[in-house]
Ligand binder design. Sequence first.
Ligand code: ATP
Ligand code: MG
Length: 225
Amino acid sequence: MKTGLFGGTFNPIHLGHLKAIKEVKKRFPLDKIYIIPSAIPPHKDQTDVADANERYEMVKMAVKDDSEFKEFVEISDVELKRSGPSYTIDTVLHYKSILPEDSSFYLILGIDAFLEVNTWKLYMNLFDLIPFIIITRSGIENYKKNEGCRAVEEFLFTRISAKYRFNSKISGYVHEYKKTVFMLDIAPLDISSTMIRRDIRENKNIGSLVPVAVNSFIEKKRLYL
Ligand code: ATP
Ligand code: MG
């Protein structure tokens, strides 16, 4: 059983996240993907972050709205149930401890998030524990396919280990004893939660950026105004 872990603040969840999940599932042999909203994201300015339960609700609505997700997506409340900041290392260790030995895990991350991994708690240990699936993210020049790949390579060599080597057969950086870092070039949607929150403040319509139910929920709760 192969499980992908896709964490984030999801403040709010948007169509870019949903497309990314679908593409990863299509291209990588995963049986399941857990979406894991963080309770207290350690690296975000807390003033603009919606209540954790509301963000979780929106993730639930987004997934329910889309029948394609039924078979393979689960929404995890592990970080909501844990007290204190939501550290990915704790979540990875949690899943490794509760799921059967023959299950394997993959950490799914946008390239922007990956290039900040060195600010995460015990990030070095992550490379010993779990393979990464890095997905492209549009919009920012550096994240274009080749430049993005170069940025990941430089990051790996200088911050993690100079012994990572790219293997084109599996499209991933392999290492003698550290976990593989897979590169997945999806055709991403140029959407971010920051863009959505800004549009809301400017009274712009966000109907084309989030699922219908999420849009209604944001309006009803008057989020991000
Ligand atoms: P914010 O602008 O508030 O940072 P965000 O849109 O980046 O929000 P996050 O919750 O921070 O959303 O992201 C969770 C994960 O989803 C990260 O790994 C991020 O790189 C990835 N991600 C976010 N948006 C996209 C997108 N449009 N395409 C692919 N991956 C994305
Ligand atoms: Mg982000």
